[in-house]
Ligand binder design. Sequence first.
Ligand SMILES: [Zn+2]
Length: 300
Amino acid sequence: MVSKEKIELLKQKIDEADAIVVGGASGMSAASGFVFYYQDDEVYRKLAGGLAKKYDIHNYFDLFYDRRLSRGELWAAMLRATRYVYECYTGETYTDLARLLQGKNYYIATTNQDAQFFRTFPDERITRIQGDNRYWQCSRPCHDEIYYNKEKVFELSDKIVGDALPDELIPRCPHCGKELAPWVRGYTFLEGEYYQREMKRYLDFLRANARRKVLFLELGVGMMTPMFIKEPFMNMTYQFPHAFYATINPQHAIIPKEIVKKSLAIGDDIAITLKQLLGESIAGMKGFNPKEAFTPSRVY
Ligand SMILES: [Zn+2]
């Protein structure tokens, strides 16, 4: 449980802010129970099927990046994981954050690819820095287009045989015939017109509010990709005259000494902290256990 003083200070900063820039990352989803990306849980075992034992792999990221899988096996795993993105519940950290930000002038930048922010916030207030699993792109990529994949994902995931999608069903680029690929960060991640439009919207919000009271609210950014949210937030807090930086992060609530007077670190569970900010009961909530957690500093 976070101290009353810290909660009161953050509530005050939220109330006073002219603008709130939210940086949401994997910790937001993990705090809502979505841990299969890094941990061996029931969801992971369902997505991996027989591949978990066959390759001795115990979380989805390791499965996704393992080169021993055949193309059909990789597609089977991707299709099941993407279908899960469409079918899973909406995380409570997201609905709680939406209630907390109601009526505020805010913008969200996220490295998450699970589209949970889109369940509770309007599209035009979100920028996806690392793409979104609900879309495919050409794997080369030969052209600047992303494809919403819901219908195809449902159709093809029903056609998986054993733990592999038959080769002839692997989705292919309508222009060059190469395989399609999830629109997520990797060597060939498509940062085309669609991506640039969202980045511009984010930068416009930052520019418009740079001289006002802006609160940078970092939620669960790990050390796998600190360069997309955590470090820019720290830099902008240093540079913007009236900025304040708050990080809610059970593993990596770090404050550089240069901004220590403009910052607040809450090294506690995000789900519990949000409930406390809303003034609601946290009875029976299980806090974050670092012993059970994946280390997000690992590099893929
Ligand atoms: Zn192509």
